[in-house]
Design a protein around this ligand. Structure first.
Ligand code: ZN
Length: 152
């Protein structure tokens, strides 16, 4: 009897570790009416695509406390954020990323309290030896809401 329980436990552990492996390509960032933001995110280089889920649990509208998730090389981050700042008010706070900005690897739309969004992108062309940063490009947020994106 005891042996059988152990056996079932072993299968459950196998299933669990399988699930964890698949989740490595699926990232979640939860934020709110403040500047909560992870300091780093990492994905295995074996992911063919990565899906980033962004959720905003606050109550403030997106023109006041909007958030998005933008990925660029660390060297491009400040310039991308600067351009995004101008786009935010001009677009009515639907986006804070310049159109066709080839410095941007991936980005979501801007969301406000109670909203969520996601983006799926490929790691093709990215390198584990390059430095990447993910940040929120809502005006004034990128110095606080930024983290290191690692390919491992
Ligand atoms: Zn933000």
């Amino acid at each position: 009897m005891k042996k059988r329980i152990l056996h079932v436990f072993g299968i459950a552990m196998l299933l669990l570790s399988g699930t964890t492996f698949a989740r490595g390509c699926d990232l979640s960032v939860e934020t709110g009416d403040g500047f909560t933001w992870p300091s780093s995110l990492s994905v295995p280089s074996t992911c063919s695509t990565v899906t980033l889920n962004l959720s905003h649990s606050g109550k403030m509208p997106k023109n006041v406390m909007g958030h998005n998730w933008v990925l660029s090389r660390t060297a491009d981050k400040n310039a991308v954020a600067m351009d995004g700042m101008k786009v935010a008010s001009a677009s009515g706070y639907t986006t804070a990323v310049k159109d066709n900005d080839d410095r941007v690897i991936a980005h979501t739309v801007l969301i406000g309290g109670g909203e969520s969004t996601s983006i799926t992108f490929s790691l093709e062309g990215l390198s584990a030896s390059e430095s990447y940063t993910f940040f929120c490009s809502f005006p004034g947020h990128s110095s606080l809401m930024k983290g290191e994106f690692k390919i491992i």
